[in-house]
Design a protein around this ligand. Sequence first.
Ligand code: XMP
Length: 598
Amino acid sequence: MDKIAVLDFGGQYAHLIANRVRRLGVYSDIFDGEVSASELKDGGYKGVILSGGPQSVHEKDSLQADSGIFELGVPVLGICYGHQVISHMLGGRVDRGEVREYGLATVSILNKGEVFEGLENEEQAWMSHFDQVVEVPSGFEVSASTSDCPIAGMWDAERRIFSVQFHPEVTHTPNGMKVLGNFVGICGAKKEWSIEKFIEQEVATIKDKVGDKKVFMLVSGGVDSTVAFTLLEKALGNDRVFGLFVDIGFMREGEVEQVTEALKGLGITNLRVEDAAAEYFEALKEVYEPEQKRGIIGKLFLDVQKRVFEEMSLDPAEWILGQGTIYPDTIETGGTKHADTIKTHHNRVPEIQALIDAGQVIEPIAQLYKDEVRGVGEKLGLPHDMVWRHPFPGPGLAVRCLCSEEEVGDVEDLSELNSKISSEGYDAIVLPVKSVGVQGDVRSYQHPVVLSGGEKNFEKLEAASIALTNSFAEVNRGLYLLSGDVEDLELKKVYLTRERIAVLQKADKIVMDFLYEKGLEKAIWQFPTVLVPLGSAGGSGESIVLRPVESEEAMTANFYKMDFELLEELVGRLEKVEGVDAVFYDITNKPPATIEWE
Ligand code: XMP
């Protein structure tokens, strides 16, 4: 089979590049960024793609490719850090840009030949970078530019080396697949790869890996674990796969009953539901730091599984643990050699990682993204509603219920930052809470900025949000105030309690009911509701943030621009919930913010 090699420099989208190439029908393998050119030569690769990465080429010991890859005689494509590394290695120059670019940018296409064939003069493209190429190596020509990044693309026509600062592999670069398709064409690779091929190969891999053991599978009722469960059953038969559904106490209202029914409806009866809510609340009662929360939640899954094993008198030697892990869980946890940890997913905590390293875990869809998992689900004949269920994170509402150990008084002074922002003409206030973001392939944990007043126009609000997050390193998220008085809000010292989760469950249920009532469940890919410990002075209320996003595979996302009249109706319903003092709308894309707040 013809194949293309992707060299991974630790970028969040390195693996996504391989996924896209496979989507184009061409098989693709991922290698460490520093793989030797001779290994690629021996593998007969038809082309090489250099991924993005969190580093700067100027850092000590920064990663470089083997210079022999430029002598292999096959086309090379560099993306983001890959673009910078090509310039750096072949005699060009890379500097730190004056303005950082995260999210959407307009790219002028200066040369429409070869990789840019079929593109318009101006294209929308997704960016996530600090550094930029400021001088092309000899033999290269500039092929694309943005207002903040004059060398957003370059090529050497003779040596067939192409590179771009933007990310053609993400769905938020609308014509990105054309660029990758052109490159695959330039490589002359034959299209011999498909989802059916994946299922066929994976069934064989499962049989081989599980041998004569059985699989004890952690299920959540979501698309990933259900597809993984079905694939395991297809390979091993019903009697060799057992499901455990743990109610961690941070589920949506009615979720436990719904999930149990849905799984039974699929004929999954070899299932146990375990109520572990009390253990979870107890373990998390004084925790506010998001990564600590995530670590505890992931480890508890294993503790509960072990307890159930003992209660059911199962012999651990006969079983292997199954998980519905998908690729973003691994990459965001920093699970590849050069990647930064953005957030630790519940199925990637150190205790589970140790079992994986010991070969005691099977994860049949670990190399796939959500959109591919859905493709596999459809091919396996799962019901449409199950396949298209909105994603819900393993740690549940726990990562949507922000905690704080600080109160007003001991919170950091944001007045200087606020004056700087208002001196640039924004009617905006930075909030004394923090959330997680991903900027230039690196985790950020920074403040949201609230825009209030002004025109109710999401395009303008998006532009302001992009400008603020690009210009101020202390800010990684933009919000729009829908209800309440931002001047009146102060920080509360609060942790994860049943009372707070109950308020969030109520608000979340209103949002979910609204989503289906208005028929928005297809347009919106995922709709988290977040409880933030900012409430009116002296009271016990808090704030709600609405975070509807559009995405395909969660690696990039943009906030959903809801009709304001509809939004007012939703806000009216939320204002009636006791304990809700203010309602915000999250107007940030990914990057710079992640979908979930923690
Ligand atoms: P972020 O917030 O990183 O989320 O943009 C990307 C997608 O992953 C989901 N998510 C998780 N899913 N376990 C999961 O099964 C986790 O620990 C976890 N954390 C985030 C999130 O809901 C979104 O769809």
